[in-house]
Write a protein that binds this ligand. Sequence first.
Ligand SMILES: [Zn+2]
Length: 215
Amino acid sequence: MKIEPLAIDGPTSAPDDPKGPKPLSPAHTGRLVLTPADPHAAPDSGLLIEALTTAGFLGERLGEHLGEGGARAFRIGPGFLSLLAFAGCSVWVRDEPEADTRFAHIRIPPASAHPWLLSGRNTRAPRCLGCRARLTDWRERTDHWAAHPHAGVSCPSCGETRAPWGWDWKQQGGFGCLFIQVEEVFPGEATPTQSLFDLLIRASGAGWHHFYVQD
Ligand SMILES: [Zn+2]
């Protein structure tokens, strides 16, 4: 009796695994995020990358393993440490990925068509710019904001309606179409220097601000 050979065409693996961003460790240190002050601004990322590379903020391009979601990832460049101001004297910066140390690198995800909220476990309820009341249920609103880019938010206290980015998020989250993400920076540990802001303004024609997010 002849045994039919098994057809070996088992589960095919998709060439592009759409499992999305790989969760970072629960103890993600944090990231410094730079984004235009106008959340609708989406400056040309090619020009930004060129300017940041020329100034030495960005180093060489990193491989795909750090580029989830189509983000471009870069090593820090020779000017990185002089374009950020570090609190204290801890020089933690490592420019090689190692198992249990923080790895300094910069990620620039593709720009989105509408402003979206970049938030994390450190994000606190934003305050109304008028009466300072907190929007305590902001986390339940984020899906709605993502699907309705022109949604206004009425203050539960004074009734004033503003866009979600018109609330005071402190430096614990923020809206934008384009984000430059500096990994891994504990909130407040490093701040952009005026030189870095000037560089970003020159390359984009827009004002910028920064905040911090911890996954
Ligand atoms: Zn209010």
